[in-house]
Structure formats: structure tokens, C-alpha cells
Design a protein around this ligand. Structure first.
Ligand code: GLY
Ligand code: MN
Length: 368
């Protein structure tokens, strides 16, 4: 992935002689390894990627993923795969890096153990923190990444459309989460991109709730926040539903969140500080009877992981850029009563934004 490697180097001044991405054990894998090495399958625990300023890439990996790595390398003439024993990794890295004196590392993802190991192997190296350069490169997506994000989002949207038909009185949050995850895989996902949130009744007022044994009953609000992985790229979608007759308050809450999301989306344009997107949603909510009940930032970047290194709230000065893939997810939370969140994934375009997720967002009351 020569252009991606060069994009990272362009963000570093002065540029180091090489960049090293070292994976520990899942989940401590640096997704930048998969950003520079486009390999659709495999875990690559313990593997190392060495990226050079000319866009060349050396992959040091064990026999577990040898064939997968070699197949991927056939599609990219800039990649050389070295299949080695685990205890040969440091020596092989030394051989490849030769006289490199400044080495860039992803400080945000490298484990401390790996750092100590690299320090021992390269005792006179000068380390450069490349994490901001990596984040900057990864935050705007290329067309191939957008295509994969779109597929992941389509899977989420398909499940979102099916949820109303899955709701049954007496089912537990975990049962609904299982039905959703089963469908994601049936629709082509390799798995969920984060722990599925299904929250019934008062639990829906807690944005990062974990599903449990609570049973669905008439009058409950429901928040479902979930996402699929498609060829390593994540989606993140939230839809809120109402089971049986809800009080009018929750209907109005839902309509307010919809209006807040529309206002936030309308603020999206390249060059606009990201805080404007958040503040547009917050203004709508703060002008409603539920002032102050938006309790989190309105979005984050999405990519190889669901929270892809950058998030925005009311103070984020970072300007939006064409190709950024972000979520827009306002919510209103009424502790002890219920909550509503509506979340979509969008890509910033020259003139505004394009939806990746498409499931209906409006108030849906499912007969109990
Ligand atoms: N999908 C959960 C979150 O964005 O926090
Ligand atoms: Mn999200």
C-alpha cells in the first residue's frame, strides 16, 4: 500500500528512516499494520511491518499466516514477505533496517514489552513518535477504504431494518443481541466491530450499556448500537425503537434527536471545525425540554476500528476534510426512564456528506 505509507511519511518532518509496526497478541494488534498491508484474512499476532519512505514494505510473519501473506503480497509489488520463526524476528528486523538510525513507532498502539524489545535490538536508534502522523493519514479514507466501509455499513443497515420484526415480549437483551449478530454474519460480516449494545427500558438511558437478562416488555424504549466488520473495516449504527405504546414524551424525544442529527449533518462540510457538527446537534437538544441531556460527543472517526483514533465534541477545532468517515450520533438520555440515540456513518464530500448507513431513522413503534 505504497500511497498509504507515503501519506504517513509526508506527515512526519523530519521523516524517520523507517516505520515499524509491531503486533502483540490479539486484541493488542496495531491496525496500522493492516492499513499498510492490505491482507483480508489472518490474525498476524507477533508480526511486524517495516515501512520505508519509498513506499516499500517488509512483512515479518510466522508460518501461521504464511500463505495468506504471500497471496496478498502477490497483489502488491511493494511488499516483501519474510516467513520466520518467532525468535528470529528481532534479528531479521535488524538485517532489514540495516543502518537506519531514526525509527518511527506508533506510540499509541505499541505495547511496552515490544518497545523494550526494540530498544534492546536497536540500542543506538532514535525513536520518533509517529502516532499523530498515522492518525492523520488514517482519518481520511481512500476510495478502496470507502468501498469497504460502505459494505460494512450496508450490513448494519440491513440488520437495522430487521430489528422491528425480531422484537418479542419476554425476549432478553442478550437474545436480541444474538439475533442481530447472527444476521450480521449471514449478511457477510466477519464479526461484530464492537460489543453490541442492546438496552431495554431504563437501560436505554445509559449510552454504553452492556446487554444482560432484562426482558422486553410493553412500553419499553430500545436502543440498539451495533456494527459489522467487513474485510477489516467497521460500521457503527444506532437505532432506537419503542415497544408497545410509549408515552408521548419519548416520541417527542425521538423527534428531537432526529432533528438534532439533521442539524449536525447539515453542518458537515470540508473546512468546518468538527465542533460545529457537535454544537449544531447540541443547540437543538438544548432548545428542547431536554436541555443538557446530550451527555457525549456527537461522533468519531470510523475505519479499521470502530473508534478510529479521533473523536469530536464541542471543543474540537480540527477541520473536516474530504474523505473523512465519521459517525453522527446525538442522543437524549433520561435516567430511570429511557433514551434515544440515532447514529449514522457518513463520508465527508466536497459539498457536504454522503450516508454510508441507510436504515430508517424515524420513530418506530412496534406492536407489543
Ligand atoms: N458505538 C458505540 C460508540 O460509538 O461509542
Ligand atoms: Mn459510535
Amino acid at each position: 500500500m505504497k500511497p498509504r505509507i507515503q501519506k504517513i511519511f509526508q506527515n512526519l518532518s523530519p521523516a524517520p528512516d523507517a516505520l515499524v509496526f509491531a503486533n502483540a497478541v490479539d486484541p493488542h494488534l496495531d491496525q496500522t499494520f493492516f492499513y499498510v498491508f492490505d491482507v483480508p484474512a489472518g490474525l498476524f499476532e507477533g508480526s511486524v511491518a517495516i515501512a520505508h519512505p519509498d513506499g516499500k514494505l517488509d512483512i515479518l510473519t510466522a508460518s501461521l499466516e504464511a500463505e495468506t501473506a504471500r497471496e496478498a503480497a502477490k497483489r502488491d509489488p511493494n511488499v516483501e514477505v519474510h516467513v520466520i520463526g518467532r525468535d528470529e524476528t528481532d534479528a531479521e528486523a535488524k538485517r532489514i533496517l540495516g543502518g537506519a538510525t531514526t525509527i518511527g513507532l506508533n506510540y499509541r498502539e505499541l505495547t511496552h514489552e515490544w518497545f523494550l524489545r526494540l530498544e534492546r535490538a536497536f540500542d543506538d536508534a532514535k525513536w520518533v513518535d509517529a502516532s499523530n502522523a498515522i492518525r492523520r493519514a488514517r482519518v481520511t479514507k481512500d476510495p478502496n477504504e470507502i468501498q469497504l466501509l460502505r459494505k460494512a455499513a450496508e450490513i448494519g443497515s440491513k440488520v437495522g431494518r430487521e430489528i422491528p420484526g425480531l422484537l418479542k415480549a419476554g425476549m432478553t437483551e442478550l437474545e436480541l443481541a444474538a439475533e442481530m449478530e447472527y444476521r450480521m454474519n449471514r449478511f457477510g460480516a466477519s464479526g461484530r466491530s464492537f460489543s453490541t449494545i442492546v438496552a431495554f427500558g431504563p437501560h436505554s438511558a445509559e449510552p454504553h450499556y452492556s446487554p444482560a437478562e432484562t426482558k422486553l416488555k410493553a412500553g419499553d424504549s430500545i436502543v440498539c448500537d451495533f456494527g459489522a466488520y467487513y474485510r477489516r473495516y467497521a460500521s457503527d449504527i444506532t437505532r432506537s425503537y419503542h415497544f408497545g405504546r410509549r408515552d408521548d414524551e419519548m416520541k417527542r424525544v425521538h423527534e428531537t434527536v432526529e432533528a438534532a442529527q439533521k442539524a449536525a449533518l447539515e453542518a458537515i462540510r470540508p473546512g468546518v471545525p468538527a465542533k460545529e457538527v457537535h454544537l449544531a446537534a447540541q443547540r437543538v437538544i438544548d432548545a428542547s425540554p431536554w436541555k443538557g441531556r446530550l451527555t457525549h460527543g456527537v461522533g468519531h472517526s470510523i475505519g479499521l476500528v470502530v473508534h478510529d483514533g479521533w473523536a469530536y465534541a464541542g471543543t474540537a477545532e480540527d477541520p473536516l476534510e474530504v474523505g473523512m468517515a465519521i459517525t453522527v450520533e446525538p442522543g437524549i438520555y433520561l435516567p430511570g426512564h429511557g433514551g434515544v440515540r440515532i447514529e449514522d456513518d457518513v463520508v465527508v464530500t466536497k459539498t457536504g456528506y454522503e450516508f454510508l448507513t441507510t436504515a430508517p431513522r424515524e420513530y418506530i413503534e412496534v406492536a407489543a
